[in-house]
Structure formats: structure tokens, C-alpha cells
Design a protein around this ligand. Structure first.
Ligand code: NAD
Length: 275
């Protein structure tokens, strides 16, 4: 980031009501990998789809076994300077809210108050039958009680908060069911092939409608559910600023693009914008 980058970024956002749209790149400095960053793009990944999860008991078994191992590591992740700066921009600066594509709850932990979790949060689990919710941490206790001895350490966390697990051990993994109705449980996140709930999208549109500028942080914008907000902002001729390492699908709409680390650029911008 050059001084000029920072000056242009601050000029674009100053005296505006700013909505911040964040993606996986905002959390990589907390130790959670992204999908399409330079390091992760090389690794082949096949995220589970909603259809697989619902139709195939083996897919659910594989998901929960990997999640049982990955969850403790995801839960340990702490907000990084980018999350802290975004919370500061809301408390003392121009930010009116955050739309996040992340499922890690780190914006809340950093103190952001107006947060739309577009793709839900891994911290909660929902019954596909009766809709009852359960905290993911409570479920972790049940996962262990049902699968004594299933203690594998996650050396590599995957972007979905799961982890690589020996395929042979998965076959004997017992999947917990809903405590209320015995139905199947699903993490309360939007899987590939699933739509974002209408009330969540409405809250996000409401923020965009009230915004005077949009700041994108750490997202390739490859996923349409995030990209559409950039398109709407551009249609409304709102200034769009992007802070991302590498190219994004929204670059052509950006008034200012800073190619840099979110954890460096955001604190520097917040220092000026929150004066
Ligand atoms: P993405 O992986 O498509 O893009 C991330 C972008 O951030 C990349 O361009 C990468 O180069 C950039 N980046 C990485 N580290 C950065 C840093 N420190 N500073 C600045 N830029 C950085 O992610 P996306 O656009 O959010 O789309 C992926 C989807 O996957 C989302 O819908 C999200 O739900 C999900 N996801 C969530 C998490 C999470 O909750 N932390 C993690 C991975 C994926």
C-alpha cells in the first residue's frame, strides 16, 4: 500500500455513510483459509453441496466427522486488526453496517454491532425437520460423547471450518440428531446450491439502500451473493472502494482499489477516518 493508495481510500470514504462488505480474505490473518486466495487456489477443494448433505447420509457423516475435528480450531480463531478496524469504523467513524460472507462470527467478536451474516454462522446448528436451533459448542460435547476416542487434531483447517480426517475413521462416526424431534442437523450456514434466506437478503439490501459508499474487504467477489451488492452500488453511482490482495470481479466498478493486506490497510484508514 502506498501513501497515495491510503489517501485515495480515505477521500472516497470520508463524510459518507459506508457499508462494508467482507469476505474470507478478511479472516485469513486470523488463521482461517480463504477459497480463492493465492495459496488456496492451488489446492483442489470440493465443498459439500446442500443437495448432497440433505440426500446422502454418508455425506452428512463425512461432514460431521470433519467438523468435529475442525470446530475447536475455528472456535479458537480471534479477530485480527482488520476486524478491529471495521468495528472502530462503526463505533467512531463512517460505517453504518457490515455485510459479511464469512461464517466465523469474528465481526461480532471484534465488537461490530450491525452485521448481516449473509451465509449464516457455523456457531449455530439447525434441525432440518423442526427448525430447532442448538449452539455448535454444545453439539461438540454431544459429538464427542457419541464418538469416544474420535480425537484427531486438525493440522489443516479448511475454509468451511472442517478439517481433513482419515477416511477410514469416518465410516464408524455416529451422527447426532435433533434433541427435540430426532431430525437431521445442519450447520446454520448457506451451503453451495442453497439460497440465502429472503429476510437476510432484505436486511442487506436495506443497508445498501442507506449507504453512500461501499467498501469491499477481502473478497474475490466470485460468488454472486456478494457481487450483487457491488453491482447495485455501481448502478446507484455510489463510490466503491476495494481492499483486496489480488484481482476481484468487482475491480471495474471500483473508484479506488488497494491491493494490500486487510490487517494493514484497514487500521491505517480507520486511524484517519475515526479522528
Ligand atoms: P474468496 O476466497 O473467493 O476470496 C478471498 C479474497 O481475499 C482473495 O482474492 C484473496 O486474495 C484475498 N485475501 C486473502 N487474504 C487477504 C488479506 N489478508 N487481505 C486482503 N485480501 C486478502 O472469498 P469470498 O469472496 O468470501 O467467497 C468465498 C465464500 O466462502 C464466501 O461465500 C464465504 O461464505 C465462504 N468462506 C467463509 C470463510 C470464513 O467464514 N472465514 C472462509 C472461507 C470461505
Amino acid at each position: 500500500m502506498t501513501n497515495r493508495d491510503l489517501r485515495d481510500l480515505v477521500r472516497t470514504l470520508r463524510y459518507m455513510r459506508v457499508v462494508v462488505l467482507t469476505g474470507a480474505g478478511c479472516s485469513t490473518e486470523s488463521g482461517i483459509p480463504d477459497y480463492r486466495g493465492e495459496e488456496t487456489r492451488r489446492r483442489a477443494r470440493n465443498p459439500i453441496t446442500f443437495q448432497e448433505f440433505v440426500r446422502d447420509p454418508q455425506s452428512r457423516q463425512r461432514y460431521w466427522a470433519r467438523s468435529a475435528v475442525g470446530w475447536p480450531k475455528l472456535r479458537q480463531a480471534r479477530p485480527n486488526p482488520a476486524h478491529d478496524a471495521i468495528a472502530r469504523l462503526e463505533a467512531d467513524g463512517p460505517c453504518i453496517g457490515v455485510i459479511t460472507q464469512n461464517v466465523d462470527r469474528l465481526h461480532h467478536e471484534a465488537g461490530s454491532r450491525e452485521v448481516v451474516e449473509l451465509h449464516g454462522a457455523l456457531a449455530e446448528v439447525r434441525c432440518l425437520g423442526c427448525g430447532e436451533r442448538e449452539g455448535r459448542q454444545q453439539l461438540q460435547g454431544r459429538l464427542h460423547a457419541l464418538n469416544p476416542g474420535f480425537e484427531q487434531t486438525a493440522d489443516e483447517l479448511a475454509p468451511d471450518g472442517d478439517a481433513v480426517v482419515d477416511p477410514e475413521s469416518i465410516a464408524s462416526f455416529t451422527v447426532p440428531v435433533c434433541l427435540q424431534c430426532g431430525g437431521e442437523l445442519k450447520p446454520d450456514v448457506v451451503f453451495f446450491g442453497e439460497n440465502v434466506p429472503a429476510d437476510v437478503v432484505d436486511r442487506a439490501w436495506d443497508l445498501i439502500d442507506r449507504a453512500e459508499a461501499l467498501l469491499v474487504v477481502g473478497s474475490s467477489l466470485a460468488v454472486y451473493s456478494g457481487f450483487r451488492f457491488v453491482k447495485r452500488a455501481a448502478e446507484r453511482r455510489l463510490p466503491v472502494a476495494i481492499v483486496n490482495r489480488g484481482p476481484t470481479r468487482g475491480d471495474e466498478f471500483a473508484w479506488v482499489k488497494v491491493d494490500g493486506q486487510a490487517g494493514t490497510v484497514l487500521p491505517a484508514a480507520a486511524d484517519i477516518l475515526c479522528q
